[in-house]
Design a binder for this molecule. Sequence first.
Ligand SMILES: *Cc1c(COP(=O)(O)O)cnc(C)c1O
Length: 436
Amino acid sequence: MKEYIDSDPLIIERGEGVKLIDTEGRQFFDGFSSVWLNVHGHNVPELNQAIIDQLGRVAHSTLLGMANVPSIELAAKLVEIAPVGLAKVFYSDSGATGVEIAIKMAFQYWRNLGITKKTTFITMNQAYHGDTIGAVSVGAIPLYHDVFRPMLFPRHVIPYPHAYRHEGGEAGAKEDTISALRHLLEMKADEIAALIVEPIVQGASGIVVMPQGCLREIEELCRAYNVLLIADEVATGFGRTGEMFACDLEGVTPDLMVVGKGLTGGYLPVAATLATDEVYQAFYADYEAQKTFFHGHSFTGNPLGCAVALASLKLFEERNIVDEVKEKAAFVKQKLEALREHQHVGDIRQQGLMIGIELVRNKGTKEPYEWVERIGVRTSMRAKELGMLTRPLGNVIVFIPPLSSSEAELDEMTTILIQAIIDVTEEKLMKVAKFR
Ligand SMILES: *Cc1c(COP(=O)(O)O)cnc(C)c1O
């Protein structure tokens, strides 16, 4: 708060396509999709109209003991587009609540089957699943999560397959994860309810992309050892990775899948936890059997949110968004080649239109910048001056543009990105030289 108040606060007044406009009329590209949410741009006529039409019918009615029309239509649509085998939808209102639901469902699933020993979870190093207590319990980013450790439930942590940080390169990174998982399951599978993973791309840790085939192997191990697989697709879902869901990249069907962020095109807070029929059946019983999943939120299945999500998914089909992401991703990749040899660019990680550029002090040794140098923050501030908003993850510059960005817009945005990185890292170099 101290820094925000001392700085020049940015107050957005309106949006137009992939640009946001502040109270002083300054225009900025939305280079991080308003924290990875926005899909079709801002102020989209079709999405606006869907909300207006629904508003003329009903703004909200509960899903506790009843249903509403858009919630049913959206559930059917989600099951249609989700990995084959996911058959049921449980709504909530944010990625974190969607994760809470997945965790509680996995826990109660085993209880309902009469298996009471399977109570713990496996997560991955540097995982992020949201900011509520259950989601923080399976989180593993020390900066965000360590202070709360005494109030969290225990979990097992295995490495996320991070090629860049692994000296042996990709193959070694993958082998580390798989052997740690196999070892853990051999010892403890009968105590473990589920494994939770950010499939293919680990977002908040710095846009880390898994080596190919790893997710598939994780799925196979979970199946072999009778542990549920929870895929947190909150960041990766809805086209961001170049497929509708990241699980589709490897033909994986998790037992539970959480979606949020882009579900409504980034318009309104709706999330969903999808489950297989097998999970659903464990809760399906006479009332006396007491197998009910007692969980609900006031705004669960909000009709305005569900209506705009349906309109967003219609645009996905009409505009062939997912295929376009593949082409746009190739364009961005080629543009960013200009940075590949830059002395302060340690790594450029990309999957679809999720891009993270890791800045380092020394490319050869990968010596990192000190955190107090705030290289990421300063680069993002420079990008803002040049006309694009983004938010860094430590020393990683994030570029996650709206999927609707045209090639010309992506061209302008990447030009700003490259310029900001050059300006900040090379100015820093001059300062160091002067100091010496
Ligand atoms: C953003 C995010 C969440 C949390 O979603 P909220 O809507 O902010 O609660 C959970 N998991 C992942 C992978 C995310 O990126």
